[in-house]
Design a protein around this ligand. Structure first.
Ligand code: ATP
Length: 614
């Protein structure tokens, strides 16, 4: 019950419904106990004593009891369902809220399919238990207690003899629980692994198809499906072994009751009415025992599901606001960013960034260059406080970013990520995502600066065009331009462009950069790029290699030094230089050829023909 104790805050607010549901069920159960007594009365007082005039009254009483019982059963169903659904509502909101605030560290390892199965199947299992299962278990307990007390009052010797096989039944049920619980955990695990596989397959369908890996994906899914099947079959095996055993043990009590009770009637120790009442009551005791397997199953399933929900709800949030964190006033932020001897490692194994230093004055542009995995994105992730650093410090206008509220810190920044993410909504909503109450003019202005306006206007629905999931239906460059417009519209103090123009052609990149120069005025900008042309105008360019700064300076300074920057420049511009040379030599060849032709024509005394190429 520890799991449900920890989940209390999500259902305890609905305690009125819980109480109403419990009272309704207790009343319905208590009314059910009237039957055996009516039976006893019918046999001993009416039939045996031939008092048939009492029959209509008795029948009316039965109708009354049945109607009341039905009414209470209805209200139990009504309150339980409301309780379950309200609890699920509270839990769903809490889980979603938690997912919003869980740090990047959590999402580095989280699997979407697994999270989805927690939010759906697990949540449903908990809802069903809190709504119905819990009260049903309470009902089982009450039916057993009341039924036993009533039987004891009729004849305690017969009751005790009948109960002789009950401890064995309880023992078997407990053993069953011990086996079925781990089995259900495995089912849930394999279910979530299967969901993950489907989710990944749908997300990466283009990659799968382009590599013609459909058979491999089918095989991978089949394996997981097989795992799920085996876990279900194993669970059914446990069920199949224990359930008949429990049924036999339950029916043994009935056999004992009829044998002993029948003998007692013959020997006049109890009346026939009392035996029939006991026979009816024993089902009141056995019924719940018989169903105990189902309730145990329901309980263990929801316990496993509850554990998985608690794992998310109690997951430690690494990056959060300190007590008394400073709220940055947007109009006072200047945008002075300093990294002071910052070292960082994602895992314990290898550092992603070592002794990183930069002093980005307000309005300056810092370029970051380096090979893949050299730590460029890590710099901006740390500035965004996606992760907490343990060595060194990062300050904004002299304040350690760990002392500032996350919301006010991130409100000062706009970032265009390497991988563009668009929501499945209109282009307008995607551009206006980071800001509230924005005018259409401002959206268009941002889109124009990002060189997105023209292609948006060519779409039949313009800004109202709904982009597919993750921006499907748009080219990589178009998606990037929408993401850039989104960042520009936010009007941030700090602008971060993480390889933001990698998917657009050189010409568009140049145009976007011209736009940037306009919007970058007064903003501190960090540009990560692989193309030197994107960084050339930065106030300082930092070259990284395996997390270390290997060169820094302006473009002109770096061009005068031997080092990776110059090498990169040579590689990137070698093709261009070759192309220029080739172009020049072709032009030279053509010119000399034309000259020769003209000379020949002149020598032959013929009129000169217009152009070289006829
Ligand atoms: N979320 C993460 N969890 C663990 N390791 C990570 C994570 N992100 C990056 N790394 C590792 O940290 C190092 C630096 O990565 P980073 O993304 O900063 O490189 P980068 O220079 O931006 O590379 P690229 O140009 O390819 O984007 C790499 O070794 C990378 O594998």
């Amino acid at each position: 019950m520890e799991v449900f104790r920890q989940l209390k805050e999500y259902y305890w607010s609905e305690k009125k419904l819980l109480i109403a549901s419990v009272i309704s069920l207790i009343t319905a159960t208590a009314l059910g106990l009237v039957y055996p007594n009516l039976l006893r009365y019918l046999i001993d007082e009416v039939i045996t004593k031939r008092q048939f005039s009492l029959v209509p009254g008795l029948a009316m009483l039965v109708v009354g009891v049945v109607s009341c019982k039905a009414l209470f059963q209805f209200s139990h169903g009504f309150f339980s369902s409301k309780l379950g659904n309200n609890t699920a509502y509270n839990l769903r909101n809490a889980l979603y809220e938690k997912l919003q605030y869980l740090s990047f560290q959590y999402y580095d390892k989280a699997r979407t399919g697994d999270l989805m199965s927690r939010l759906t199947a697990d949540l449903q299992a908990v809802r069903d238990f809190i709504g119905f299962g819990f009260v049903q278990i309470l009902n089982v307990f009450m039916m057993f207690t009341f039924g036993t007390i009533m039987m004891l009052t009729i004849n305690w010797q017969l009751t005790l003899i009948t109960m002789i096989s009950m401890p064995v039944l309880v023992f078997t049920a407990i053993r069953f629980e011990g086996k079925i619980h781990p089995a259900f955990r495995s089912i849930r695990k394999s279910m979530s692994s299967m969901t993950t596989s489907v989710q990944e397959n749908i997300t990466g369908v283009r990659t799968v198809k382009s590599f013609a890996r459909e058979p491999y994906e089918i095989g991978k899914f089949s394996e997981r499906n097989e795992d799920y099947r085996i876990n279900n079959v194993t669970t059914s095996g446990i069920w199949a072994r224990y359930f008949p055993l429990m049924e036999i043990l339950a029916n043994l009590s009935v056999v004992i009751l009829l044998g002993t009770g029948g003998y007692m009637v013959i020997t006049d120790k109890i009346t026939l009415g009392e035996l029939v009442a006991c026979f009816s009551l024993i089902w009141y005791i056995i019924g719940p025992m018989w169903q105990i397997g189902f309730h145990i199953n329901n309980y263990t399933q929801s316990k496993a599901a509850g554990e998985r929900l608690l794992e998310v709800l109690h997951h430690y949030v690494h990056v959060k606001n300190k007590d008394n964190a400073i709220e940055l006033a947007p109009d006072r932020v200047k945008g002075h960013v300093r990294f002071e001897n910052v070292s960082f490692a994602y895992t314990d194994q290898q550092s992603a960034l070592r002794h990183f230093e930069v002093d980005a004055r307000p309005g300056s542009v810092i370029g970051l260059l380096g090979g893949t995995g050299s730590g460029k994105s890590t710099v901006v992730q740390l500035l965004l406080r996606a992760y907490n650093i343990k060595e060194g410090r990062i300050t904004l206008d002299g304040i350690d970013i760990r002392d500032v509220t996350l919301e006010s810190l991130r409100a000062q920044m706009a970032i265009v990520f390497q991988e563009t993410f668009l929501f499945s909504s209109t282009i307008l909503n995607n551009i206006a995502y980071g800001v509230q109450n924005v005018t259409m003019e401002k959206v268009i202005q941002a889109a124009k600066l990002a060189k997105a306006h023209d292609f948006i206007m060519e779409l039949p629905l313009g800004y109202q065009t709904i982009v597919g999931e993750r921006g499907m239906g748009l080219s990589g460059g178009q998606k990037q331009r929408i993401a850039i417009a989104r960042a520009l519209l936010k009007n941030p103090k700090i602008l971060i462009l993480d390889d933001a123009t990698s998917a657009v052609d050189m010409e568009t990149e140049h145009e976007i950069q011209m736009g940037f120069q306009e919007v970058m005025q007064g903003r501190t900008t960090f540009i990560i790029a692989h193309r030197i042309s994107s960084l050339k105008h930065a106030d300082e360019i930092i070259v990284l290699d395996q997390g270390r700064i290997v060169q820094r300076g302006t473009h002109d300074q770096l061009m005068k030094q031997e080092g990776p920057y110059l090498e990169t420049y040579k590689i990137q511009f070698a093709d261009k230089a070759d192309a220029v040379l080739l172009e020049e030599s072709i032009e030279g060849l053509l010119a000399s050829h034309q000259e020769r032709v003209e000379n020949q024509v002149a020598a032959a005394g013929q009129p000169k023909r217009g152009g070289y190429i006829q």
